[in-house]
Design a protein around this ligand. Structure first.
Ligand SMILES: [Zn+2]
Length: 273
């Protein structure tokens, strides 16, 4: 039991680096990332991009006089900022003048990548669409365009990356789908049964006791299988709109993923001597 407590402490530390959750010592770490954190990340990505992409004094000057801001409605209702034409629904580019529009921060990631709001998707298709979009808004294409379009291309690029990252990983995709439906991840372990918690405790004991990398790899393979099964179950849950079932599965998957992380850490330590 002591080990299990220690394990919980470890994942708490790991997750707290990214997630701002304080309800301890429950399994509060398995909550969704607060929006503010996501926004911060977005800002960091954007500023990193801008600093590498544009360092000219002309760009710096243009940033200082930037009078517009990305809006939530720029894609749907408002007119093109260049030609003032309306009705360019779901297009990054104005269909009339071809100018790159301001980023729509509230856009649904599935819609952005031209997919339906469904958990099950074809990973290769997702990657194909991601690459297409990135090519479309690539900053190189806008280096000779207006400052506003240069800014927009960096903004879109960051948003597309974030959407792709979210939809690529089943756990993140599942949490995102829940969020779209106004649902939150459970703040504690009430979504899990005791049996599963005991199983996880034993699994952690096994990881702690493992003496060789072979043992660890065998444990990891077992987790990979369990995760694969859970992904299939999750797909069925979303298909039948069984959202509380989906939540339990997601919490379970996060548990498994954290055990996987400790296996990886231990393996790295073993390899590093
Ligand atoms: Zn236009």
């Amino acid at each position: 039991m002591r080990r299990f407590t220690r394990y919980l402490h470890t994942i708490r530390l790991e997750l707290n680096n990214n997630v701002n959750c304080t309800r301890l010592p429950s399994l509060a770490n398995f909550c969704v990332v607060p929006k503010s954190t996501e926004e911060q990340k977005e800002a960091i990505i954007r500023s990193a991009k801008s600093s590498t992409l544009r360092t000219s004094s002309k760009y710096v000057a243009s940033q200082q006089v930037r009078k517009y801001a990305p809006t939530a409605s720029s894609m749907t209702e408002s007119a093109c900022w260049n030609c003032k034409e309306k009705g360019r629904k779901n297009h990054m580019l104005c269909l009339s003048c071809g100018f790159l529009q301001d980023v729509d921060m509230e856009i649904n990631y599935f819609h952005l990548l031209n997919l339906s709001n469904k958990f099950s998707l074809e990973p290769q298709e997702l990657t194909r669409r991601f690459r297409q979009l990135q090519t479309l808004v690539h900053p190189d294409k806008f280096s000779n365009k207006t400052d506003r379009e240069q800014n927009n291309s960096a903004d879109w690029s960051a948003l597309i990356n974030r959407a792709y990252k979210t939809l690529s990983a089943p756990i993140e995709r599942g949490q995102y789908l829940l969020k779209l439906q106004g649902e939150q991840m459970p703040q504690d372990n009430s979504a899990l049964n005791k049996e599963f918690l005991m199983e996880m405790m034993e699994l952690n004991e096994e990881v702690a006791d493992a003496k060789s990398s072979e043992d660890l790899q065998r444990l990891n393979e077992d987790i990979v299988q369990q995760l694969n099964v859970a992904v299939k179950e999750l797909s069925v849950s979303f298909e039948s709109n069984a959202l509380s079932e989906a939540k339990s599965l997601l919490v379970k998957m996060k548990y498994l993923q954290s055990v996987q992380k400790s296996i990886k850490n231990k393996l790295q330590k073993m390899m590093g001597g």
